[in-house]
Write a protein that binds this ligand. Structure first.
Ligand code: UDP
Ligand code: MG
Length: 156
C-alpha cells in the first residue's frame, strides 16, 4: 500500500565536496517530493555511531564512520507518497556499479564505499534517523505561505 511518508536523506561528504548538492536535491524535487527540513552539518562521532549502529562490527564499519565525518553533510527530511522506497529507487543500489544508469549512485559515484548519498531503508529507520539529525521544530510543512501572500496582495 502506498502512503504519505517521510524519509531521512543526506548528501554525504563526497557529494558535498564535489558540489553535487544541487544536482542531487533537484532529483528529489523534480520527482515531486517535498523537502521539509534541510541543513549542512558536521556529523559528530555520536551521531555517526547512532546512524550506522546496525553496521557495527562489519569490516567496513570504521571506514564508514570516518567517511561520514570527513566533511560536512547536507541532511534533509524528504516527504511524499511512498517516499522511503521512492528515494531509494532514485538513489540506486549501494554499489554504483550495480545501480541502474539514471540513478544518483550510478551517475555520480564509482565505488560502494563512497556513494554520495544516504536514504533510510524503512519508515522505522527514517523516524530513528530523523531524530539523530533534526529536532521536530526544524521540520516545516508550510507550503501555502506564498499563495497566501499573493492573495493578500491581490485583494488589497
Ligand atoms: N558500505 C561500504 N561497504 C559495504 C557496504 C556498505 O562501504 O560493503 C557503506 C556505503 O557507504 C553504504 C553504507 O556503508 O552506503 C551503508 O550501507 P548499507 O548496506 O546500509 O547501504 P545503503 O542503505 O546506504 O544503500
Ligand atoms: Mg542502509
Amino acid at each position: 500500500m502506498r502512503s504519505e511518508e517521510r524519509t531521512f536523506v543526506a548528501v554525504k561528504p563526497d557529494g558535498v565536496q564535489r558540489e553535487l548538492v544541487g544536482e542531487i536535491i533537484k532529483r528529489f524535487e523534480t520527482k515531486g517530493y517535498k523537502i521539509t527540513a534541510l541543513k549542512m552539518l558536521q556529523v559528530s562521532d555520536e551521531q555517526a555511531r547512532a546512524h550506522y549502529a546496525e553496521h557495527e562490527g562489519r569490516p567496513f564499519y570504521n571506514r564508514l564512520i570516518k567517511y561520514i565525518q570527513s566533511g560536512p553533510i547536507v541532511a534533509m527530511v524528504v516527504e511524499g507518497y511512498n517516499a522511503v522506497a521512492g528515494v531509494r529507487h532514485l538513489m540506486g543500489s549501494t554499489d554504483p556499479d550495480k545501480a541502474e544508469v539514471g540513478t544518483i549512485r550510478a551517475d555520480f559515484a564509482q565505488v560502494m564505499e563512497y556513494n554520495v548519498v544516504h536514504g533510510s531503508d524503512s519508515v522505522e529507520s527514517a523516524e530513528r534517523e530523523i531524530k539523530i539529525y533534526f529536532d521536530e521544530s526544524e521540520i516545516y510543512d508550510k507550503r501555502k505561505c506564498m499563495s497566501e501572500l499573493v492573495t493578500e496582495y491581490l485583494d488589497a
